[in-house]
Ligand binder design. Structure first.
Ligand SMILES: [Zn+2]
Length: 471
């Protein structure tokens, strides 16, 4: 399925590829820049998505973060009785306000969003002195295509906060950046994307209990697994405020993704080990997809992929989804200021501590929201990934044959095979193979990593799927 011209690139030297790169083979020409990660053709831009991104408002994000801070504390173990909620203090007041905000967006789109809560009682534990009700609040933008609507892409942030003492139920814990910023991203994505229709479903989630031990996201992810939800992607935004420290790089946002999948079985781990699949978890394919989105759409901030589950000694809600076998990544500002996280609001030796809104760059949060919205919209517009992707390994041969089942849902108009050197962080080469379920490439499977993705007539791309060997 590959032209003889194209196969010369491998393993021939880069200089030769430049010589042979032909017109009309843009992806191959681009891929000749082997030293440049992600040199393959960026995804096509969807005009509807571009318009939606323009609707993302730093002013709205600012108002939402200030509102969240106004509840004084959003500690999961703070007050949540109706009187406290009415008085506008504590986690219960925050929860009620988030719900009302989603409901307002639902009203504005003629009821297109279904606003729901997921409540449960978390038993007492180290960081939870007594059994505590925890409530996740979310809005569902159901897909318009009966079959594709079963596919879900999800964005989340945690609305609970904390100060220096994880058990402090009363003191101020403004949580403007951690994680008012991520909560504001979920809200703003809901507001702008609810104005569009997508074949697949988008869920805008805000969880509590993160600081006490990822309780809200664990409950939600387990529920999703038990109920058989087909979640293709989870975008967790936690600390995306672009803290205004001098060393901050506001041009980029980090995207963390797990390598070895937390949910992999022993058998899968053995396969990963023997075939060099450590860099190809579903979460990492999602991270690469975000990089692709970042090249196609001008969100104003570029994703920097970090091939690591999370920062040292830290965790986040994406991990809860990874544990249940879902692809999930974490967005976090480039440089965190630890004086402005998990700290009582105070000034000591001239240093201001506390997670106050004055340290948050609302324009930056808006840019991160645009990158999230573009990713959600691209995935929700795209066909499902191809199913049962296999690489035939029965015979020793230098060609490689990939087989797959058609993308479920009928949105796909064709398929593309991707490959890259084992040492390359991103997909380098693309071959359009047409509306088929089998392709043979003049490349040795021993030298590259392959994947297959589905595309539709407008150029929306599914997540790529790395094949499993078939004997
Ligand atoms: Zn956080």
């Amino acid at each position: 399925m590959i032209s003889p011209l194209k196969n010369r690139w491998w393993p021939v030297a880069v200089a030769l590829v430049l010589t042979f790169a032909a017109p009309g083979l843009a992806q191959n020409g681009a891929s000749s820049k082997a030293a440049q990660p992600g040199a393959s053709e960026p995804m096509s831009v969807d005009g509807r998505i571009t318009v939606a991104l323009q609707q993302v408002s730093a002013g709205r994000i600012r108002a939402n973060i200030e509102k969240l801070v106004s509840f004084g504390t959003r500690s999961t173990i703070s007050v949540q009785d109706p009187a406290a909620s009415a008085a506008g203090r504590g986690v219960g007041a925050a929860r009620e306000w988030i719900k009302s905000e989603f409901e307002r967006y639902a009203k504005d789109c003629g009821g297109c969003l279904e606003v729901k809560t997921d409540s449960f009682t978390e038993p007492a534990a180290d960081r939870i002195p007594k059994p505590t009700e925890i409530t996740n609040v979310y809005a569902v933008l159901k897909g318009t295509d009966a079959e594709s609507a079963k596919r879900i892409v999800l964005v989340t942030g945690h609305y609970d906060s904390r100060n220096s003492d994880i058990l402090d139920t009363k003191g101020d814990a403004p949580g403007a950046n951690d994680d008012g910023s991520g909560t504001a991203v979920s809200l703003e994505c809901a507001r702008v994307l609810s104005k569009l229709k997508f074949p697949a479903t988008i869920i805008f989630l805000t969880v509590a209990g993160e600081e006490q031990g990822l309780n809200g996201s664990q409950h939600f992810a387990k529920m999703a697994k038990e109920q058989g939800w087909n979640i293709e992607a989870v975008l967790n935004n936690d600390i995306v405020g672009g803290d205004k420290s001098a060393e901050q790089d506001r041009a980029v946002v980090r995207v963390f993704s797990e390598g070895l999948p937390n949910a992999a079985t022993e058998q899968e781990i053995r396969r990963i080990r023997s075939l060099g699949g450590e860099n190809d978890s579903a979460s990492r394919q999602l991270a690469r997809y975000i990089a692709d989105v970042g090249r196609a759409y001008d969100a104003g901030v570029k994703p920097v992929l970090v091939y690591r589950l999370d920062r040292y000694l830290r965790g986040g809600d994406h991990y809860s989804f990874n544990q249940q076998g879902f692809a999930a990544v974490r967005f976090t500002e480039f440089r965190e200021d630890f004086h402005h996280q998990h700290q009582n609001v105070r000034t000591e030796n001239g240093i201001e501590y506390g997670d106050l809104e004055k340290f948050v760059d609302f324009d930056y949060v808006a840019r991160v929201a645009r990158l999230n919205a573009a990713t959600l919209a691209s995935l929700a517009s795209a066909p499902a990934p191809p199913a049962s992707v296999h690489l035939l390994t029965k015979d020793l041969e230098n060609d490689s044959t990939l087989t797959w089942e058609r993308s479920p849902g009928g949105l796909a108009s064709g398929y593309e095979t991707l490959w890259r050197a084992t040492t390359n962080p991103e997909w380098e080469h693309v071959e359009k193979v047409g509306n088929v379920t089998r392709a043979t490439l003049k490349l040795s499977k021993d030298n590259v990593i392959f994947a297959v993705r589905a595309v539709d007539a407008q150029g929306h791309r599914s997540l790529p799927v790395v094949p499993v060997p078939e004997r």
